[in-house]
Structure formats: structure tokens, C-alpha cells
Design a protein around this ligand. Structure first.
Ligand code: NAD
Length: 515
């Protein structure tokens, strides 16, 4: 079995990769387990060295990588270089700089006097073998933003990339191999959804899934049956609120980039534009003028702003959402058509007004270049409209008053909220990335993402084993009274009550009577 690599700009196959049969997945998991034990036993410094070498190799081969990403996804080369390659290099930088600190064992201090004689610390042990199931839209950044911390923490990784972007995944894994990583530690399982399902059934120790909410639900159910912890990075329908005091030129430029970058196929895109009524007409005019100036073309052409959609099925689904919304009353202000003259999946950047709140372009996740615009009477209505969504991935607010923007941001139901910008945080290695509601569970990136690849393991011992354990056996008629004195000593609201209970309570800890 093979999986074709298709250039979305032309629809033409340019390579193919050997695919795995689902029955071969357990074997890959066994190889990963065998390699992981020795990997986890190596000092962190060794693992850091390999990731540093991977970073250098990726830097050296950045053009080759970016061109491959453009070929597989259709995005402009400038975007492949910046949003995939540069961000992955930066994720490596962050983890190289911070893994020592984040993975250092943490000594605990016990506030409960009952544990006076104890010392204990939390170690961040690797989960074991981590399954990473990825989509196609950021085929380097998304999996490697999880692979790098997972490997540094001492895990092995099984990557099931999207069937549309296998070559990028294979090149990334090849660079890890050249950096000195054992082949069993980052295996690419080439295949479609059945290979992803087989990967979960094989029983990895943790799953990081990034993709649609529809598939995410199936993954969560399969993981729940096996009690495998799962991290879900799912779809979004991010609101973008433009308030009357915003710099309209900047807000329009920012919203357009955040909606149409990567052909509108970004999880954290500005998918629902909410504009305060007082500036609605003027803002729409600026917005439409800027959208009309976007150049549609193949990602390999140097002046292309927006490339094609990934597959014809994506364009068909976008047309369904658009036509159903138009039938309900939405109006196309610009765009609205496929462009078969350019290639099989090109779609014009589109702006819609008069959008019914129940229409698909407002209710569903729209994964393509369609921007619906809705007016709001005031800020309160804007916030209500923004939060009225099944999703909660990210959000943005545009305003001339930064403090007000930051205060309003706290009222939005999303994992990350930007004031006077949008979307950038997913490429910032320090920021916890993830969503609320149907946008997912858990976080990736930053120290939160690194710790999600670990099991916190607590180890404790006694520094003073002559201190009695007030919870051990040896009960006698005074036991309940002794324990009550202990409670009063620890928790009584008045200081005098505590002092009075002190002698009896402390006897419980320091009495030499054997138990
Ligand atoms: P998708 O859900 O169709 O596929 C994602 C991955 O899951 C692919 O590798 C696919 O082969 C695999 N898969 C399919 N069925 C499976 C099954 N039953 N079990 C296990 N794996 C299975 O998503 P897509 O079309 O590749 O990507 C687009 C979606 O991803 C959008 O909804 C987008 O918002 C979302 N996304 C989210 C984030 C985020 O960080 N939250 C980032 C990028 C994309």
C-alpha cells in the first residue's frame, strides 16, 4: 500500500510513501517500547544534544523543508518558512533553554504538621510511548511542537501524520535520525485514519491528537475505553471583535491575515468577525478593499498571498457551507467562487454580510477563506455573540484602549485571547496552547506542554523516623480525644484554642510510646 503525495495547486501527484497496514502498528509500538527504556535512562544532557543537532540540521535544510511543505499543503513559501520552519526552530530553542528547569525534581513542603518528619519530591518521569496524531495544515510545527518536548522528557514517539502531508513528517523524522536519534524513538506511521485508530488500539501511554472535533470525539472514546490519557487540540471558530475606538486600518489588516493565512485553513483563525455598529460601514469598506487586493495563486509563486485548499473535498464542503448560508440570507460582498482556472481547489477570499446567526458559516467551523461579518449594537452584545459558540479555541479584540481590551478579554471563553492582534500565540513557544468547549482538552507548548508528556511521580522518605505517625494503629480510649486536640491545634480559629490544644496534640507526634 502506498499513500500519494499530491500538490494541491495542480492536483498532480509528485511522490508516494509506503504505508503501514494497521496490523503492523503493534510491532512499531513494541520497537518504540524497547528503545524508550534506554533513552529515558540517558542523561537529559544527551537528549538535549540530539535536539540541538536536529535544530541545526533543520536550519541548514530550511529551504528544502519549506519547499516540501509548500508542495504538500499549497501554502505560500513565505508562510512555510515562517509559520512552520521558523516556529519549529523556535520550539526547539525554547525546550533546549527550559527543559532543565521544568524537568527538575520539585521538593514539596508540607503544611500539615502531621507530616513533620517527611521529605518528598516530585519527579517528572516520561509517560513511555506517546502517540501523536496530526493534521495537514501545519505539518511540521504541529507534530514537532509535541515531539521535541516528548523526546526531551525521555519518551518515544509514534507519529501518525495526516495522509496529505506524509513527506514533511518523514523528512522531519529523517533529520532527527541524522541528529543521532535511534530509529525506534520517532517512527512515522504512514497511513490514513485506520492507522490512527490502530495506533490507539495498540495501547500507547498517552495520545496527543490534533484535528477536527469530529475525529477528536472518536479518539476520545477509543482512548476512554482503554483509559489512555489524551490531549485534544481540536477545531475553532474564533471571534474577532472590532470596537468603535479601534484603529480600523490595522484591525482590518490583522483580521484579514488571521482569517486568510494558510488559505483560511488555520485552527486559530479569525472565523467570526463582530463589528460595533457605529463603525460597521466604514470598517467593512476598508476590509473589503484589502481582501480584494489579496493575490490568489500557487504557493511557489513569490507574490502569492493565498494558495489553494488542500483537497477538492475541502472546497466542496466550503461551497456547501457557503451556499446554505446564502440560502438563509447571507450576502456575498466579495469572492464567493471556486477558481478552476487556477487549479482544482482554489477558492476566492470571500466576505459575507447579513449573516444569520444560525447559518453554517457562523455556527460551524469553516476551514477555508470565508469571513462572515456581523454587527453588534455595543460591547455587551459583541461579547455575547463571541461566546455563543460551541468552540473556544482563541479570540481577539481590537480597541484603542488597551486596558479596556485586556479587561474584556477576560470575559471571552477561549484558551487564548489577543488584544490588537490575533493568532500569533500558537507560534510562540512559551504560550500554553489549547481550547475550551469543543475545541479540546489539555494544553501543548510551553512548560505546560512539556509537563503533559510526563508522569509526576512522588517519592518520599522520613528525615526523622522517631516522630510518631498520628494516623497509625494503636488506638486506645483517648485516641479520638488526642486526634481532636490535633485538629484544634491545627485549625481552631482562635489562637488561644490552639495554644490550649498544643501539648496534647504534640504528644501525639512526640510520645515515645510504641505503636
Ligand atoms: P482530521 O480530524 O480529519 O484528521 C486529523 C488526523 O486524524 C489525521 O492524521 C487523520 O488521518 C487522523 N484520523 C482520522 N480518523 C481517525 C481515527 N478514527 N482515529 C485516529 N486518527 C484518525 O483533521 P484534518 O482535516 O487533518 O485537520 C483539520 C482540523 O484540525 C480542523 O478542524 C482544525 O481546526 C483542526 N486543527 C486544530 C489545531 C489545534 O491546535 N487546536 C491545529 C490544527 C488543526
Amino acid at each position: 500500500m502506498t499513500i500519494p503525495a499530491i500538490d494541491p495547486a495542480s492536483g498532480v501527484q509528485f511522490a508516494e510513501s509506503a504505508a503501514l497496514a494497521p496490523a503492523e502498528v503493534p510491532g512499531a509500538l513494541r520497537r518504540a517500547r524497547a528503545a524508550q527504556t534506554a533513552w529515558a535512562a540517558r542523561p537529559l544532557e544527551d537528549r538535549l544534544e540530539i535536539i540541538a543537532r536536529f535544530q541545526r540540521l533543520l536550519f541548514e535544510r530550511r529551504d528544502e523543508m519549506a519547499q516540501l511543505i509548500t508542495r504538500e499543503t499549497g501554502k505560500p513559501l513565505a508562510e512555510a518558512l515562517l509559520t512552520d520552519v521558523a516556529v519549529t526552530l523556535d520550539f526547539a530553542r525554547y525546550n533546549l533553554d527550559h527543559a532543565r528547569r521544568v524537568l527538575r525534581p520539585r521538593r514539596l513542603r508540607f503544611g500539615n504538621i502531621a507530616f513533620l518528619g517527611k521529605r518528598g519530591q516530585v519527579f517528572w518521569d516520561p509517560m513511555g510511548v506517546i502517540a501523536i496524531i496530526s493534521p495537514w495544515n501545519y505539518p511540521l510545527l504541529l507534530p514537532f511542537g509535541e515531539i521535541i518536548p516528548a523526546l526531551l522528557a525521555g519518551n518515544a514517539v509514534l507519529l501518525k501524520p495526516s495522509e496529505f502531508t506524509t513527506r514533511t513528517a518523514l523528512l522531519g523524522a529523517e533529520l532527527l535520525g541524522l541528529a543521532g536519534l535511534d530509529a525506534g524513538l520517532c517512527q512515522v506511521l504512514v497511513g490514513a485514519g485506520d492507522v490512527g485508530a490502530a495506533l490507539i488500539a495498540a495501547g500507547p501511554d498517552k495520545i496527543f491528537f490534533t484535528g477536527s472535533a469530529r475525529t477528536g470525539r472518536k479518539v476520545a472514546v477509543a482512548a476512554a475505553e482503554r483509559l489512555i490519557p489524551v490531549n485534544l487540540e481540536l477545531g475553532g471558530s474564533d471571534p474577532c471583535i472590532v470596537l468603535a475606538d479601534a484603529d480600523l486600518e490595522r484591525a482590518a489588516s490583522g483580521a484579514i491575515w488571521a482569517r486568510f493565512t494558510n488559505g483560511g485553513q488555520t485552527c486559530v483563525a479569525a472565523k467570526r468577525l463582530i463589528v460595533e455598529r457605529g463603525i460597521y460601514d466604514r470598517f467593512l469598506e476598508i476590509l473589503v478593499q484589502k481582501v480584494k487586493a489579496l493575490r490568489l495563486g500557487p504557493g511557489s509563486a513569490p507574490d502569492t498571498d493565498m494558495g489553494p485548499l488542500i483537497r477538492p473535498s475541502q472546497a466542496t464542503e466550503l461551497e456547501r457551507q457557503l451556499q446554505a448560508s446564502i440560502a438563509q440570507g447571507a450576502r456575498v460582498v466579495t469572492g464567493g467562487h471556486r477558481r478552476p482556472d487556477l487549479g482544482p481547489t482554489f477558492f476566492e477570499p470571500t466576505v459575507l454580510t447579513d449573516v444569520p446567526l444560525g447559518s453554517p458559516v457562523w455556527r460551524e467551523e469553516v476551514f477555508g477563506p470565508v469571513l462572515p461579518v456581523v454587527g453588534a449594537d455595543d460591547v455587551e452584545q459583541a461579547i455575547r455573540l463571541a461566546n455563543d459558540s460551541a468552540y473556544g479555541l482563541s479570540a481577539s479584540i481590537w480597541t484603542g484602549d488597551r486596558a479596556r481590551g485586556e479587561a474584556l478579554a477576560r470575559r471571552l471563553e477561549a484558551g487564548a485571547i489577543q488584544v490588537n492582534d490575533a493568532t500569533w500565540h500558537v507560534g510562540a513557544a512559551e504560550v500554553p496552547h489549547g481550547g475550551e468547549k469543543e475545541s479540546g482538552l489539555g494544553r501543548t507548548h510551553g512548560e505546560w506542554g512539556l509537563l503533559e508528556t510526563c508522569r509526576p511521580r512522588f517519592v518520599a522518605s522520613d528525615w526523622a523516623d522517631w516522630i510518631r505517625k498520628p494516623w497509625w494503629f494503636g488506638y486506645h480510649p483517648d485516641s479520638a480525644g488526642d486526634r481532636d486536640a490535633f485538629l484544634r491545634f491545627a485549625f481552631a480559629p482562635s489562637l488561644w484554642q490552639r495554644i490550649k490544644a498544643g501539648p496534647r496534640a504534640l504528644r501525639l507526634l512526640f510520645n515515645r510510646r510504641p505503636v
